[in-house]
Write a protein that binds this ligand. Structure first.
Ligand code: SF4
Ligand code: SF4
Length: 415
């Protein structure tokens, strides 16, 4: 494999570093994962199960599913996987099915996001100033109720969903004071910086209580390219982030994330450089400095009474499962709200994030309805999530189907 590979050929798995084919073949077809998979629950056909997905990928890698007649079925198989990672939690071998699905997307060159949205989002990594201008123009048009008019243009249908999930009031932009001698870095997620500035402010002020914080505004993490592009773009973005970190405070500053998916992605940075030993060392060093917002939440809170009870946590995390950030959040909420906190079990539904509402297919609505059902079954009034995008997507579904409940980002515990 050359350095120009557009997909990862070596995967980090619970059983060690494996080739993609080996990793897929380690699925022993026991089927324990099927009951945990939301795609299989929605449509109980074997290709929708994690087991079926792994077998399809194995057949593809063996050259048995190459024909054009298989493309439609493979596309349906890929769009229905929400990358939620619930299959990993129940799998005895912790087979990384969502990672297999990402590699499958790349191998098949499937464009899952609408093309115009894909190229707009790519600008954040390639032309951040232009991206900033375009987003602010869009927010301005939305305030004048003009943005949704453009949704009728072919290829721009995603604007309708954008208008639906954005807050009704156009938020004031997030601005933080300049810091010339920082000892802490805050990397706001795209949605916190542009659409949910209260999340960005809460995260910033949490960090600023104890640190001199520099904010890296409009900075791509590489997660978008990792999920929707090819791996070379993700590596390129990560390299520039690693170098910037290296030259800020000699590479010793913690880097704070407010989105659990960005956090997990940056934590696994070394995995993207398995074939580049010199970069892998730098990526290891970089990953050690990534912190999540729950790591800096204070132990005591003054305003816990402003949250309606019962309280629920929907992790909404993709790709990874057994991570300390995912364990810390429920511990904090349990300590704070005691018996008023209802924890989601692994079989319950997660808010689908990572822009899944923009992926074409009928699954996004079905998944969000499953999440609303979980909220309703627990009669929760406040639902905490760990990413701004999950807050936007779930907030939209709750407004439609269960309006008594509200979504909060975990950073809101600061206020
Ligand atoms: S992915 Fe894991 S749980 Fe599912 S069939 Fe394969 S080995 Fe069994
Ligand atoms: S990541 Fe989620 S949707 Fe995809 S196969 Fe696993 S459980 Fe099913």
């Amino acid at each position: 494999m050359t350095a120009r590979a557009k997909n990862l050929t070596l995967l980090h798995t619970a059983l060690g570093v494996r080739s993609l084919y080996d990793s897929v073949c380690f699925c022993n077809r026991c089927g324990l994962c099927t009951s945990a998979c939301p795609a299989y629950q929605e449509n109980p056909l074997e290709p929708n199960s994690p087991r079926g997905r792994n077998q399809a990928m194995r057949l593809f890698l063996e050259g048995k599913l190459k024909g054009k007649e298989h493309r439609a079925a493979l596309r349906a198989l890929l769009t229905s996987c929400s990358l939620c990672g619930k299959c990993i939690r129940v799998c005895p071998g912790q087979i990384p099915t969502p990672k297999h699905m990402l590699e499958f997307r790349r191998l098949l060159n499937f464009q899952l996001l609408p093309v115009s949205l894909f190229y707009l989002l790519r600008l954040r990594g390639t032309a951040p100033r232009l991206f900033n201008f375009m987003v602010h123009t869009g927010l301005w048009a939305n305030r004048l109720k003009m943005l949704s008019l453009f949704a009728v243009i072919p290829g721009m249908g995603w604007l309708k969903h954008t208008c639906e999930i954005l807050p009704k009031q156009t938020p004031k932009p997030f601005n933080a004071p300049l810091q010339t001698h920082p000892n802490f870095i805050y990397l706001p997620s795209l949605e916190a910086e542009f659409f949910l500035p209260e999340v960005a402010y809460n995260s910033y002020f949490l960090a600023a209580k104890k640190h001199r914080v520099v904010v890296w505004k409009n900075t791509a993490s590489g997660l978008f390219e990792y999920l929707y592009g090819d791996i070379r773009f993700a590596q390129k973005t990560l390299r520039s982030l690693i170098l910037r970190h290296q030259y800020t405070g000699n590479g010793s500053l913690p880097l704070l994330c407010d989105n659990i998916d960005v956090y997990h992605f940056l934590k696994q940075a070394p995995q993207l450089f398995e074939e580049f030993p010199s970069w892998q060392e730098k990526a290891h060093h970089f990953a050690q400095h990534i912190v999540f917002i729950t790591d800096i939440l204070p132990k005591r809170f003054k305003n816990r009474t402003r949250f309606e009870k019962p309280i629920l946590l929907m992790p909404s995390s993709i790709l990874e499962s057994a991570d300390t950030a995912l364990k810390t959040a429920p511990q904090i909420l349990q300590t704070l709200f005691k018996k008023n906190f209802v924890e989601c079990g692994y079989k319950q539904d997660y808010a689908i994030a990572a822009g899944y509402g923009f992926v074409r297919g009928s699954h996004a609505n079905a998944y969000q309805l499953q999440a609303v059902r979980t909220v309703a079954q627990n009669q929760a009034q406040t639902v905490f999530v760990l990413s701004g995008l999950a807050a936007l997507e779930l907030g939209y579904s709750l407004r439609r189907f269960y309006p008594s409940a509200r979504v909060r980002h975990i950073a809101d515990l600061n206020g």
